[in-house]
Design a protein around this ligand. Sequence first.
Ligand code: KIV
Ligand code: ZN
Length: 512
Amino acid sequence: MSDKLIIFDTTLRDGEQSPGASMTRDEKLRIARQLERLKVDVIEAGFAASSNGDFEAVQLIAQNIKDSTICSLSRANDRDISRAAEALKGANRARIHTFIATSPLHMEKKLRMSPDQVAEQAKQAVRFARNLVDDVEFSPEDGYRSDVDFLCRVLESVIAEGATTINVPDTVGYAIPELYGNFIKTLRERIPNSDKAVWSVHCHNDLGMAVANSLAGVKIGGARQVECTINGLGERAGNCSLEEVVMAIKTRRDYFGLDLGIDTRHILAASRMVSQTTGFVVQPNKAVVGANAFAHASGIHQDGVLKARDTYEIMRAEDVGWSANKIVLGKLSGRNAFKQRLQELGVQMESESDINAAFARFKELADRKSEIFDEDILALVSEENVQHGNEQYAFVSLSQHSETGERPQASVVFSVDGKEVRGSSDGNGPVDASLKAIESHVKSGAEMVLYSVNAISGSTESQGEVTVRLQNSGRVVNGVGADPDIVVASAKAYLSALNKLQSKADHVAAQG
Ligand code: KIV
Ligand code: ZN
């Protein structure tokens, strides 16, 4: 049995299935690059057959990411599998992940197929996929609620057909750690050829136990691959969270005795990137990546940490990307200090000109805000990353007036294809007036399905980070903007969402 635990990230596939979390092709590539920096072993880039957008995203990632294995999901049929293989053509290492449901409930009510038909289709699918690529993963969907005898039969036959990884999903998050661990153990013990495949766990978080179940699958069951997502993103209550499962294995190496290929210093930047791209805010008390994960508020704790950090800290903040250097940057900080802080935060920019552009924005911010915290830099860099200078709409300036008893008024100047225009409106509040001012000119007709403001760092001096989710003709996009003035941040976020609605080519349609 190998001592390495394979980390399979499915943020771009299962994570994206979360309502409202759909990402454009370019956003997916940016996240894939960050996953590559993290040294994730396998990136599930999408579900190639589900839409042209997904096909293109898998293809783009397969062509650009060279260090991780790139995987596409596919149902257990020839068409889906061929589409997956086609999209993965440019990859250094390609994996096809094919699945079919095996629980009595799913077979009878959803697939309307008999167990014999499902067993036969699973076998045929793996055989077909193995003719196209060497690396084939098979998942019995709703595997944990399947009949164990039937599952043994199906899994034995797909391993015989050449499946190299067997993944056992707890699709509906029903499992309990000990039971799930023993379930994997039983399958491995009862299936005669089980040693010919790597065993994998895939847990959903409906009862808040996805990480615990995954760890039990590893410890008790002997699984050597964990499927997970950044920030635990995923449908309903989400998937097993990558940062939590990775840091549990690393911090408790004494117990698990397993090695990981992950460079954990890039975790925080990945978390910020996924949160900003999808508009799914990370709760402050979230393990590892939450704003309070390494903050010590009580006097007793602060005293202990100052005397010896390990009194209250089981992990080092800098090991997951929080900066150890607590010198706060400000307007006198130079380009080198800024660049070094980016490195400490695990942010790698593509070119010197990207660093220069980010530094210019840093200086602009430092003129308005005396202390620049790590969170400000991460927001600024993410904003930098999403703006390429070729968007249709760009923010220029804004003025607004609000007074108790008066209806707020706003006037926003923004550019449309490089030409400045002005929109004016009143509204229920200054944010409402500003967004209506933009809309009075653009007339997108989009429906706003989410508006959220988050203070990036603690105080009222903080930048506000605004997420706007717009829906139009069945498409859902997220726009993010950050600024010390939350009305400006809101206008930037709205324009960023409009840009995404406009860029039809970039659109990745929601999966069915
Ligand atoms: O949760 C699930 O069952 C899945 C499979 C498609 C692997 O995501
Ligand atoms: Zn899943």
